[in-house]
Design a protein around this ligand. Structure first.
Ligand code: MF3
Ligand code: CO
Ligand code: CO
Length: 251
């Protein structure tokens, strides 16, 4: 796959990537709107797949290294890449809906963790802090700052709240393929790593655990080693001359 695409996108490419980001955001909103206790993750995925088709785009996760579905649906202690199946969502669960679309060769990728019905205060706090980690990471995005500044902001906020940052998975550049180099780590040191320049487009996607940072991965299945909750949210961000533009949105 095209991992080594140019890090700086052209104006034309940015226009198309922005459009793909808008569509994937709308499809994520749709997915969130049909969540209810009793639905299985396979049903949720198939509704999302219908919506993807209805809009004339494709879901490139399906078939990606053998991944079987258009959406990654990660429930409770699942960290990422949850495969939709017959599991029934119930009151109190949290689920990360992570979607990628391909529109005419341009990619959009976004995710959000939401609760089903009434969730615990602990789960609410985890989701909120994870979103705040993403916001703090995004706020570091401007020319002259580095990928390390982003990772440091995320890690500092998570750990200050007693949570841990997953190391096994990370964000990534994106645009002409789903995953482009370099990776965008959710931890790091200020002033380290690639320096940001206008025209770069990447996904920031912190995965934050209540307990230990270690993940048990078996094939696609990736769960926290201690069975505690994990939350994730993801935005696509463009570096602009003055700062940044967030290309995806969560409603
Ligand atoms: N959407 C995920 C990400 O944020 C990747 C999906 S992997 C796939 O990077 F196997 F589902 F395609
Ligand atoms: Co994603
Ligand atoms: Co991503």
């Amino acid at each position: 796959m095209g991992l080594n695409m140019a890090m700086i996108k052209t104006a034309e490419e940015i226009k198309n990537i922005r459009a793909a980001a808008k569509i994937v955001s709308e499809i994520l909103s749709y997915g969130i709107s049909i969540l209810e206790p009793g639905i299985t993750t396979a049903e949720l995925d198939s509704q999302i797949e219908n919506e993807i088709k209805r809009r004339g785009v494709t879901g490139p996760c399906k078939g990606y290294n053998g991944f079987p579905c258009v959406s990654c649906l990660s429930v409770n202690d699942q960290v990422t890449h949850g495969i939709p199946d017959g599991s029934i969502l119930k009151n109190g669960d949290i689920i990360d809906i992570d979607l990628v679309i391909n529109m005419d060769g341009y990619y959009g990728d976004t995710s959000k963790t939401v609760g089903i019905g009434d969730i615990s205060l602990e789960a609410k706090k985890l989701i909120k802090i994870t979103e705040d980690c993403l916001t703090r990471g995004i706020n570091e995005v401007k020319p002259g700052n580095t990928l390390g500044d982003i990772g440091c902001a995320i890690q500092t906020h998570a750990e200050r709240n007693g949570y841990s940052v997953v190391r096994d998975y990370s964000g990534h550049f994106i645009g002409l393929s789903m995953h482009e180099n370099p990776m965008v780590l959710n931890y790091g040191k200020k002033k380290k790593g690639v320096e940001l320049e206008p025209g770069m487009v990447f996904c920031i996607e912190p995965m934050i655990n209540i307990g230990r940072k270690e993940v048990l991965t078996k094939g696609w299945d990736a769960r926290t080693i201690d069975g505690e909750l994990s939350s994730r949210c993801e935005h696509m961000v463009l570096v602009t001359n003055k700062g940044h533009e967030v290309l995806t949105y969560h409603k």
